[in-house]
Design a binder for this molecule. Structure first.
Ligand code: PRT
Ligand code: ZN
Length: 214
């Protein structure tokens, strides 16, 4: 493998994609971003861009297949991969929250004791419940989490919330926020000296872009 370039993994298509591409471009890195491409070379910086599903990015970075990645902190933390979070990027802000049916009585987290909770984030949820001495039955499901209480699959949900309208339109109310997230840059723990230097250059450019915006 070439130790003299940085391989940067970003989400191929989704909520992080546009801002990730924009950030890289604002850092002055140019590349041909032809439709459908899974990998592209930067033309004026020793870097390659990989386009992946966001859930795969922490694993690629842990393995050193990618040296850097841009993902939601929620995905990175849930993955438990051994990577460094090197910078918060300020976009794709959201929260991981617990919701229950609007008509359900809810006084506090203890009310979740013995209940079933559907989520795509079982580890973050488990940590949160444990820290509050609550034991619940965690149902891991991969999508359409918010529908679970209304079809009797679970008593509560734990999912990403942004505006809150998805919870609302599924008859749910937000009762606990367990994690606040934004897009972060993660890095492999096994960078060569050249790659570390390229990362430092990139972080300097990212911070300059952020300062210019504020
Ligand atoms: O295909 P791939 O696996 O790459 O993408 P994905 O579908 O898993 O992820 P994607 O693109 O939906 O989200 C990528 C990241 O964006 C997430 O991991 C979060 O860090 C961040 N993000 C920010 C969000 C939201 N806002 C968001 N609103 N991710 C998901 N949502 C969903 C949420 O799951 C829920 O269904 O939007 C709905 C809630 O939105 P509101 O506005 O109705 O509250
Ligand atoms: Zn995903």
């Amino acid at each position: 493998m070439n130790d003299n370039i940085l391989r940067i993994a970003i989400q191929k298509s989704g909520r992080l994609s546009e801002d990730s591409l924009k950030l890289i471009k604002e850092c002055g890195i140019r590349f041909d971003n032809g439709a459908g491409k899974l990998k592209t070379d930067a033309t004026n910086f020793p870097a390659e861009i990989l386009f992946l599903r966001d859930d795969d990015i922490p694993g690629y970075v842990e393995d050193g297949v990618a040296h850097l990645g841009i993902v939601g902190e929620n995905v990175s933390e849930e993955s438990c991969k051994d990577v460094d979070t090197v910078h918060k990027l300020g976009f794709s802000k959201c929260r991981l929250s617990i919701g229950v049916l609007r008509e359900a009585e809810y006084h506090g987290v203890q009310d979740l004791q013995g209940k079933s909770i559907a989520t795509t984030y079982p580890r973050l949820l488990e940590q949160y419940l444990k820290s509050h001495d609550v034991t619940a039955d965690i149902h891991e499901i991969s999508g359409s989490v918010e529908i679970a209480p209304s079809i009797g699959l679970a008593d509560a949900v734990c999912d990403i919330v942004s505006s809150g309208s998805t919870l609302l339109s599924n008859g749910l109310k937000e009762v606990e926020t367990i994690f606040r997230s934004e897009a972060v840059m993660i890095a492999s723990k096994h960078l060569s000296p050249v790659q570390q230097d390229l990362l430092d250059q990139l972080l300097f450019r990212i911070k300059s872009v952020q300062v210019a915006k504020n």
